[in-house]
Design a protein around this ligand. Structure first.
Ligand SMILES: [Zn+2]
Length: 414
């Protein structure tokens, strides 16, 4: 079982010839993507195969980049073409023109084009120059927090330049084994939402994080933004965005701290989140900026919880988000019709009713338990197996009707 993460690491200031190499790579890469995009535009396609077949050889001949770089450039062209064709489909974006790459500030680093080595108490990124055996060695400046993670770097990476400084964006594949000793684990399910930032399911009940003040403040930001948009004050909107993000970061620190504190009250806790690709579905209705802000906030909350939980050795796992908000925790019936409104859950099969966020949090905890058993069939958990195959099975306590309470500690700390 693996957890995927990305780290962004700054390069130590490179020597002149290395800086020239990075700059040249960025330019070649830009030109290569443009060749791919030209092919996509000519053929009216976003098919990877068609773009690859008509541009890969040209790319390599014209820009001189090695095969792994050309593969990354094709990927990038395909992604850009797809987002263009995707945007054109939505009616609000009729006037979008076909993408062109203007800036030469990044390049893709295919999995075979680089490696990370530990050397002299630090880390060095070895980047292939194209020919076999010719490399550029780029010392990295890795902060203490990331040092232990560097051994897990794996997969296609990316180099980019911001304000004249180069960074490497490195994917991590971190092996993870739930550390459960004797006794059965307690699953703490966390549902992230728009109205309530988080709803937590514990073996004793649901805890809602919905400090009134926080909700008021969010509405206040939305309101202000709308007003500035109306009068076209881009400067004010930008200014406010910063304020909102700082406020959100503080709030996420508080909530994540509380979630970990809650988990610590149980034996062998395992914190369960939804994989974040699922959030998108549930906030589809909201406006573009809200959606952006929310997915950023969700990502941040998850990473804060992971970071804080790590200190206590509490595993944090993510589960498949599909149907977590539509499945009945009582009978397992799963359908869209179980959600008459955004906030309500009513099972069309057994009539079970509850708050929708609470139901989702409970289902997330249940999915975590299922995942755990799947990975560890030897661990004797007392889990009832649903033979109808609609939901799978539930850990003790998750299925029970439980008391609900708001998190008073959070409210008082806001
Ligand atoms: Zn039901």
């Amino acid at each position: 079982m693996y957890r995927q993460e990305t780290v962004i690491v700054a390069l130590k200031i490179p020597t002149t010839w290395k800086a020239d190499f990075l700059d040249a790579m960025a330019h070649s890469f830009r030109d290569a993507i443009q060749i791919g995009l030209n092919a996509a535009q000519e053929l009216h396609t976003s098919s990877r195969k068609r773009i690859h077949d008509s541009s890969y050889v040209v790319m390599r001949a014209k820009t001189g980049i090695a095969s792994d770089y050309a593969r990354m450039a094709v990927n990038q062209a395909v992604a850009l073409a797809r987002s263009y064709y995707g945007l054109r489909k939505s009616k609000h974006q009729k006037r979008t023109s076909f993408p062109t790459v203007v800036n030469a500030n990044s390049f893709g680093l295919g999995v075979n084009a680089y490696a990370v080595f530990e050397r002299d108490n630090g880390f060095v990124l070895r980047v292939s120059m194209g020919k076999r055996g010719s490399y550029v060695w780029l010392p990295l400046s890795v902060c203490a927090k990331f040092r232990d993670k560097m051994q897990y770097v794996s997969g296609d990476a990316k180099m980019f330049r911001r304000d004249g400084k180069w960074y490497a964006m490195l994917p991590l594949k971190i092996p993870y084994t739930p550390t459960v000793c004797d006794g059965k684990p307690s699953f703490i399910g966390v549902d992230m939402g728009i109205v309530r930032l988080a709803t937590v399911s514990t073996p004793d009940g649901i805890i809602y994080f919905d400090g009134k003040e926080a909700r008021y403040k969010r509405e206040h930001f939305v309101d202000l933004r709308r007003r500035y948009q109306r009068v076209n004050r881009v400067d004010k909107i930008k200014d406010m965005r910063g304020k909102e993000q700082r406020w959100m970061t503080d709030l996420n620190h508080t909530i994540s701290k509380r979630i970990v504190e809650i988990a610590l009250q149980y034996e062998n806790p395992i914190i369960v989140f939804e994989r974040l690709d699922g959030i998108r579905d549930r906030v589809r209705a909201s406006k573009r900026f809200n959606r952006m802000m929310s997915s950023w906030a969700f990502r941040q909350l998850l990473s804060f919880v992971e970071y804080k939980a790590e200190k206590y050795g509490i595993p944090v796992v993510t589960v498949d988000p599909r149907r977590t908000s539509q499945t009945c925790p009582k009978c397992g019936h799963a359908t869209r019709s179980n959600r008459p409104s955004q906030s309500q859950f009513r099972c069309v099969n057994c009539n079970f009713q509850d708050n929708a966020d609470g139901v989702a949090a409970r289902n997330i905890a249940g999915s975590g338990a299922r995942l755990y058993c799947y990975e560890h069939p030897d661990n004797a958990l007392s889990i009832s197996i649903d033979t109808t195959g609609t939901v799978g099975f539930w850990p003790d306590g998750v299925q029970d009707q439980r008391a609900s309470r708001s998190d008073s500690n959070l409210a008082s700390s806001l």
